[in-house]
Ligand binder design. Structure first.
Ligand code: ADP
Ligand code: ADP
Length: 224
């Protein structure tokens, strides 16, 4: 699977050129998106996730023409925004089960198997009965990933997922993400250059809405 972004541009109503002719080829694996605040990272990710419109350009995920086939894309998308809503008084297990019902997984046995597999994969099985209120930042982010994985995504977008996490939690989170990256296009936006160097097979740096550098992280970061 490959995500191909071609000449994507977006100017907001206030005149800010958030994206200017962005072109990127993103294969299965972990892709690191680096750039300072205001560079256009969130705009790019929200556009790929079909949450906002571009002015021009195209995005393809395999056969899916993302900007035109929004429903098709949404069926294979996992998206973990920077801030996502949580239900503090409910448990991880209850919520995942609930979201699985909403996804239309009506068979109870099938649903239990799926929820258990996701809890194990994201290292939350032990705390599955706890209310999210008591979760640490890292646990919450891993819960977000479990939720995003419910749709068995081919494309997973995560926006600064480790902001505010301590190093142990960050490692735990990245272990989960790396495993997903073996079969999925994962776009990871972060400020932490070393994380991209360690985790990602490809990267791009954007600034002022433009791609300034793209390629192999080890090579790019060592040359920096
Ligand atoms: P980030 O942490 O990604 O830099 P921002 O603080 O830029 O996030 O944006 C947070 C939210 O505010 C986003 O939903 C974004 O669309 C919106 N936003 C950012 N800048 C503006 C702006 N100049 N005018 C209106 N909305 C904005
Ligand atoms: P990043 O995620 O890299 O911080 P954003 O995509 O949030 O960057 O923002 C890129 C630029 O677009 C910034 O100058 C921001 O203020 C502006 N911007 C973001 N969202 C909006 C919006 N809804 N309306 C107007 N300007 C926005």
């Amino acid at each position: 699977m490959e995500l191909i972004i071609d000449n994507l541009s977006k100017t907001y109503a206030n005149g800010v050129q958030a994206l200017q002719n962005i072109s990127l080829e993103i294969p299965t694996g972990m892709f690191g998106l680096l750039g300072p605040n205001g560079a256009g990272k969130s705009t790019l990710m929200r556009t790929i996730a079909t949450l906002q419109e571009a002015d021009k350009g195209s995005i393809k995920l395999g056969e899916i023409d993302v900007l035109k086939q929004k429903n098709e894309l949404r069926q294979v998308l996992g998206y973990l925004p920077q801030q996502f809503g949580l239900y503090p008084k409910l448990s991880a297990e209850f919520l995942l089960n609930h979201f699985a019902i909403l996804k239309g997984i009506n068979n109870k046995g099938e649903r239990n198997d799926l929820v258990n597999a996701l809890l194990i994969k994201t290292n939350l099985y032990e705390v599955r009965k706890q209310n999210l209120k008591g979760f640490s930042g890292g646990m919450k982010q891993r819960f977000g990933i479990a939720q995003a994985l419910l749709s068995n995504p081919k494309l997973l977008i995560v926006d600064e997922p480790t902001a505010g996490l301590d190093p142990v939690e960050r490692n735990r989170f990245y272990n989960v993400l790396s495993e997903i990256g073996e079969k999925t296009v994962v776009i990871l936006s972060t400020h932490i250059v070393d994380d991209v160097k360690e985790l990602c097979t490809n990267m791009a740096i954007i600034n002022k809405g433009q791609v300034c550098l793209k390629g192999n992280p080890k090579k790019i970061i060592e040359d920096m």
